[in-house]
Design a protein around this ligand. Structure first.
Ligand code: LAN
Length: 757
């Protein structure tokens, strides 16, 4: 029954895949003149009613709901958080003007507290990358998943809002220049949700795409998606052989050694590549074959375009070795050696690994790329009605977010544990944890971290190559369940801080704290540093096999001063309170980690950051590491050089403003829009950790933070803050609260009598 319903949807194909009920509703309204003017061409609504959106928080699982029913609207009023995310006015009263940095923290907390969600954490949009929404929408289309009209409408609005104002295309991320990757995929999304090809914005985007060479010039991942949709032929996709998964573990390039994100993306890619699976052909697909390419579709030399790529997309050109391997795989291995029993075996094992991921994450999956890809694999494997397919469809909603521009996809299923840990630490740094005013908020936050601690390792941990995780915290929530060294550390610090504050209950007993420590201690690399999800399982030479083209540093784990510092500070704090638990190992860990931090310092005195922009972010962490072993400006050349580096970048107005280009180029670049509150806070925190002596310099920065605070206590969103894989930026909207208040609070505690203003 469900099968028939689904294909019926796909067959009325000149229409987008819209929910049956809502399609009917829209058609019956078609005569209503008022309503009709609210449509864009092609039958998609102009906008939804923003008063009807709600974000449901179910133990840290976020799903956006659109209430079409008026009674439901009354029963479920919009919260401050909903309105804030949606960009609706909050109508909050003005707070008494902050007369000191601590007043500014209090005002900031007044505002931030209103955004705390019922389960105790803070939510946020986690957008930036422009290839995530396509993963979700293309997977929906390939699996004939109806797209509710309100999703379709707001997807269209978001993408229109994010189209480049001049050329109409899209980039790798929201601040990036137009690329074939972004334009091909987002143009396709718009067509699949029902926007007409002759809409003026589509005409413009198409012209830009054609100028860049059309979809034949797109990178590997876009070619793979187009092949899955049947818009391109599989021959244009460089080989992704699942038989790599059959290699013995000792093989130095076996996929289990790759960075977790790339191996979880390679997995579904390899499965569908092997099957050359494609979605059912529809009118829209046939039309896209004409729209996306410069050449006549029937005449395209697919295999000949496997390596065609526009230079804008070619951030990490394929190595000679990978080109050679690809040639061999495509021309020798596939036609002559890839016998059916072997490919069957490889597909079966790949599917088994996907099934283990289903089980370990309850079909949520690691993140917004692998999740939708796995959905298509499971659909191709078992048809539309299996539990795994239905559950994946449900859970895919957790990757979505609605902001004032429309509907986008987040980089993960949220930033729940990470932001909550920082929020708690912010209050601690300001010395306000014992203030009864903030107790309810902090208690709720503690309860959230209690609820979100991962209590068990994954089943068959070794079989699916997972890292120990008992006692850990994930970046988002425990459903996703991927432990990360710094996420464990920040959450653990916050739990210890609160549980050691008079008046807070011990929700997490010692044994659970020890579990976290035991897991954390598995995270040190041989050279003393820490990585993200796992210690590296192969060397950086593996980048020679980086086939993604658009990203750098993606194939293996690297060493990160950010992650290393988080672990160091968590272990130090723990050691202070539990001096008898594995003391030797902990001391050794800390000493080796900080020694590594020193070796990682760059000649200019700063450190390169991989997860925030860029030198400012990592230098803040590195200075904190040094401070944790008592090395500060006064007594350490490393700390001094780090401070001097930061100070050399302070701007006239007292702020800092590093641009994301620094992540790509490895050189410090100033942001053209001037000082940023988040960047300024990072620099100030680093300087204060290192006991930088020139207070006047700090005051100038603090003053800027205070002046940027709004009368209701908030700070406004400025330039993008985060990054991954060197080239792709990602937003951390809560940083403008947590780090800003942390800097203000630290200053207030250091110089209690200095009112700054
Ligand atoms: C994240 C987000 C959090 C981030 C920190 C905790 C901040 C960092 O300190 C360690 C690495 C980690 C966990 C991280 C890794 C890469 C992620 C998951 C992301 C930047 C969010 C999105 C990104 C993911 C790779 C996006 C999917 C894209 C691919 C290239 C597969």
């Amino acid at each position: 029954m469900a099968r028939r319903k689904a294909s019926a949807v796909a067959q009325e194909d000149t229409k987008p895949l819209l929910e049956k009920g809502s399609t009917r509703k829209r058609l019956s309204n078609a005569d209503d003149e008022d309503h009709a003017t609210k449509r864009v061409r092609g039958g998609i609504e102009e906008r939804t009613d923003y008063a009807r959106w709600r974000m449901r928080d179910d133990h840290g699982r976020h799903t956006w709901c659109y209430l079409e029913d008026d009674d439901a609207l009354k029963q479920w009023p919009q919260t401050y958080a909903d309105k804030y995310y949606l960009g609706l006015p909050l109508d909050l009263p003005e707070l008494p003007k902050a007369k000191s940095p601590l007043d500014a923290v209090r005002n900031g907390l007044e505002f931030f507290e209103k955004l705390q969600l019922p389960s105790g954490h803070w939510g946020c949009e986690y957008g930036g990358p422009m290839f995530l929404l396509p993963c979700v929408v293309l997977a929906w289309y390939a699996t004939k998943t109806p797209i509710p009209w309100y999703y379709a409408t707001e997807i269209k609005n978001y993408l229109f809002a994010r189209a480049h104002p001049e050329d109409g295309g899209w980039g790798l991320h929201i601040e990036g220049e137009t690329s074939v990757f972004g334009t091909t995929l987002n143009y396709t999304v718009l067509r699949l949700v029902g926007v007409d090809a002759d809409h003026p914005k589509m005409v413009k985007a198409r012209a830009t795409l054609h100028k860049m060479g059309g979809a034949t010039h797109s990178p590997h991942w876009a070619k793979w998606w187009l092949a899955v949709l049947g818009v391109a032929d599989w021959d244009i996709v460089n080989p992704v052989p699942p038989e790599l998964w059959l290699l013995p573990d000792v093989v130095p390039f076996a996929p289990w050694r790759w960075w977790i994100h790339i191996r979880q993306v390679f997995l579904p890619m390899s499965y569908l590549w092997s099957r050359r699976w494609r979605a059912e052909e529809t009118e829209t697909i046939r039309s896209l074959r004409k729209e996306l390419f410069v050449e006549d579709w029937d005449k395209i030399d697919w295999a000949g375009n496997r390596n065609t790529i526009n230079p804008r997309d070619n951030y990490h050109p394929k190595s000679w070795l990978l080109n050679l391997i690809n040639w061999f795989l495509a021309n020798i291995w596939k036609p002559y050696f890839r016998v059916k029993p072997l490919s069957d075996k490889a597909e079966a094992w790949a599917m088994k690994l996907i099934e283990m991921e289903n089980e370990n994450t309850d079909c949520l999956d690691l993140a917004t790329v692998s999740g939708p890809m796995n959905l298509v694999c499971l659909y191709a494997h078992g048809g539309p009605d299996t539990y795994a397919v239905r559950r994946h469809k449900e859970r895919a909603n957790e990757f979505l977010w609605v902001n004032k521009e429309g509907l986008l996809a987040n980089g993960t299923n949220g930033v729940q544990c990470w932001d909550t840990a920082f929020a708690i630490q912010t209050v601690m740094d300001a010395g306000l944890t014992e203030d009864p005013r903030w107790r309810p908020m902090l208690l709720k936050a503690l309860e959230f971290l209690d609820d979100q601690q991962i209590r068990e390792n994954v089943k068959d941990q070794d079989k699916c190559y997972r890292q120990q995780r008992k006692g850990a915290w994930a970046f988002s929530n425990k459903d996703q369940g991927y432990a990360v060294s710094d996420c464990i550390s920040e959450a653990l610090k916050s739990v210890i801080i609160l549980q050691k504050t008079p008046g807070f209950p011990t929700l997490i007993d010692d044994q659970r704290i020890f579990d976290a420590i035991d897991t954390l201690l598995t995270y040190q690399n041989p050279n003393g540093s820490c990585s993200s999800y796992e210690p590296p399982r192969a060397g950086p030479w593996m980048e020679m096999l980086n086939a993604a083209e658009v990203f750098g540093r993606i194939m293996v784990e690297y060493e990160y001063p950010e992650c290393t510092t988080a672990v160091v500070t968590a272990l130090s704090l723990f050691h202070k309170h539990w001096p008898d638990y594995r003391p030797k190992e902990i001391e050794r860990f800390i000493n080796r980690a900080v020694a590594w931090i020193k070796t990682n310092q760059l000649p200019h005195g700063g450190w390169y950051g991989s997860w925030g922009i860029c030198f400012t972010y990592a230098t803040m962490f590195a200075l904190e590491s040094l401070a944790s072993i008592g090395e500060t400006y006064e007594n350490s050349t490393h700390a001094r050089r780090g401070c001097d580096f930061l100070i050399s970048k302070q701007r006239e107005d007292g702020g800092w403003s590093e641009h994301y280009k620094a992540c790509e180029t490895g050189e410090y670049v100033e942001h053209p829009t001037g000082s940023q509150v988040v960047m300024t806070s990072w620099a100030l925190i680093g300087l204060m950790k290192a006991n930088y002596p020139d207070r006047a310099r700090l005051r100038k920065g603090i003053k800027l933070l205070m002046e940027r605070q709004q009368p209701n206590g908030e700070w406004l969103q400025e330039a993008i803050e985060g990054v991954f894989n060197k080239s792709c930026m990602i937003s951390y909207p809560n940083y403008k609260f947590t780090f800003t208040m942390k800097a203000l609070g630290m200053f207030a505690r250091k110089y209690p009598d200095d009112t700054v203003l």
